[in-house]
Design a protein around this ligand. Structure first.
Ligand code: HEM
Length: 493
């Protein structure tokens, strides 16, 4: 541009021009930074990508294909890419996945969910916590998943599953084949409500479900916080859920304080928290940070969220895989008929004795781990391998899927017998079997989640018959953001 035309620009246009030039320079520097870092780290991955956007369009179009392509760049290691202005490392090596998940701190890696996750889930969500406060909170959950507590939950789980199976049979009479992922979501939402805060939600159950679905929609929406947007609606729906749960906490404290027997997860937690509060009073110490009603309600809300998506995906995979592998389903049925000849109600001991059904559930969780990645923000510059230092501010994607496919012989085959007492691959390759994560944030509800799937599989094998209708999409895998079958269309009788 010559000086005469530059001078003839109005001050408004001049500002726009300067902004554009600055942005172009920034994008060029950003790409050069990525290029040099990738070269010095000797990592496979695209050398240049679209300015700022990077490969995000390709990723959003078909996440499964995108990450699978990325995985194949280095199936047992690390590869690079660039997403929305950030260097992104895709980590497939199981030992590195473990190292990242074990290394949670404000100076290394912290969970990265949706860009607006803190607005949607609240800034105090357990998944964003770290250090001593997080450790103490986790310790207070010890009483939530004992044999006794899991036994109480199983009765509630059974009631909920049975009533939904009846509903599915009825719906099948009135409709064509039904997409099961939505129905599994409703089932799981009801089960977790009953189990977590059952007696305290009462009449507001439907409202609760509506608010909950509003919040989850924000996770697959643009991060725009303006009136009318999904994020806006989610923010206010979350507030309503927390208010409802705060009321549940008040009632539970009253009930347990008066010597009541725990009837749900909240009651078991309240019992423990009240004991800790009593101890603190006696020793003249500060009350635990999580013991006030609001904080307890927020934590309960974290449980509801953490439990929902992955469990729904696993229920859907259970239906899909049991239709696709009728021989496996037949063996489950045989075990169930032997252990529950008169459809005896489920108990902790009964579920514990379901060796084959448990094997199948474990293999479903390994073969289709619903949370395929646990994305992290690099909070500092962190050495990862001899050549690779993770730059501060980058995204790190430890791949649980890749880890679950390492070590296990013929890993891409669905083979429940690998989890049998004879082969014990779940124990032999436990380091790679990371469906529930590992380290300080390892899934709190893993025993509960496994029991829930065992109860579901046990009941669908004896209470009904179902048939899957296959389409061209049935064998696809979709990210929502946990993984689901392309479709799971079914009829029940
Ligand atoms: C099939 C079902 C489930 C799967 C596959 C699953 C998987 C996971 C994974 C991968 C993580 C992150 C672990 C890490 O960062 O290393 C996690 C965290 C968590 N899960 Fe689960 N989960 C499931 C069900 C549940 C259920 C039913 C509950 C509640 C009862 C639950 C509660 C939580 C909580 C509270 C966290 C956060 C823990 C923390 O940050 O300290 N999950 N889960």
């Amino acid at each position: 541009m010559d000086i005469v035309s530059f001078n003839s620009l109005s001050s408004g246009n001049l500002i726009i021009l300067l902004v554009v030039i600055t942005m172009i320079c920034y994008f060029i520097l950003e790409q050069l930074h990525y290029f040099w870092w990738k070269r010095s780290s000797k990592l496979p991955g695209p050398s240049f990508t679209l300015p700022f956007l990077g490969s995000i369009i390709e990723m959003v179009k078909n996440p499964y294909q995108f990450w699978e392509k990325q995985r194949l760049l280095d199936p047992q290691g690390v590869s690079a890419n660039f997403l929305v202005g950030r260097i992104t490392l895709f980590v497939t090596d199981s030992a590195l996945v473990r190292a990242i998940l074990n290394n949670n701190s404000a100076r290394t890696f912290l969970l990265a969910l949706h860009p607006s996750a803190r607005l949607i889930l609240g800034k105090n969500n357990i998944a964003f916590m770290h250090g001593q406060e997080h450790k103490e909170l986790r310790k207070s959950f010890l009483s939530l998943f004992t044999r006794k507590a899991l036994g109480v939950y199983l009765t509630l789980q059974e009631t909920s599953i049975k009533s939904h199976l009846q509903k599915w049979i009825q719906l099948s009479k009135e409709n064509d084949e039904m997409e099961m992922s939505f129905l599994c979501r409703d089932l799981n939402l009801e089960t977790s409500q009953y189990v977590f805060a059952g007696p305290y939600i009462g009449e507001q159950r439907d409202q609760f479900c509506h608010w909950y679905i509003t919040v989850t929609k924000a996770f697959i929406s643009a991060p725009v916080f303006l009136p009318g947007t999904n994020l806006w609606k989610a923010y206010f729906a979350r507030k309503k859920i927390v208010a409802l749960l705060e009321n549940a906490v008040i009632q539970s404290k009253k009930y347990i304080g008066n010597g009541g027997t725990p009837r749900c997860l909240l009651d078991f937690w309240t019992q423990r928290v009240l004991e800790e509060m009593e101890e603190a009073t006696q020793q003249d110490k500060e009350m635990p940070s999580y013991s006030n009603n609001r904080k307890m309600a927020e934590t309960l809300m974290d449980f509801l969220f953490a439990s929902q998506d992955a469990s729904t995906a696993s229920l859907t995979w259970t239906l899909a895989l049991m239709s696709d592998y009728p021989d496996v389903l037949k063996k489950v049925q045989e075990e169930q008929k032997r252990l529950r000849p008169n459809n005896e109600p489920l108990s902790f001991e009964l579920v514990e004795s379901m060796t084959y059904t448990r094997q199948v559930v474990k293999e479903i969780l390994r073969y289709r781990p619903p949370a395929v990645m646990v994305p992290q923000n690099a909070m500092g510059s962190v050495p990862l391998t001899e050549n690779v230092t993770v730059p501060k501010g980058s995204f790190v994607m430890p791949s649980i899927w890749s880890s679950c496919m390492q070590g296990f012989p013929d890993a891409y085959k669905f083979d429940p017998d690998r989890m049998s007492p004879e082969r014990q691959e779940d124990i032999k390759y436990r380091q790679n079997f990371l469906t529930f994560g590992i380290g300080p944030h390892v899934c709190v509800g893993r025993e509960y989640a496994i029991n829930n799937l065992i109860a579901f599989l046990a009941l669908i094998s004896t209470e009904c018959k179902f048939q899957r209708y296959r389409t061209k999409k049935s064998d696809d895998i979709i990210y929502l953001p946990t993984i689901y079958p392309g479709d799971c269309l079914m009829k029940f009788v």
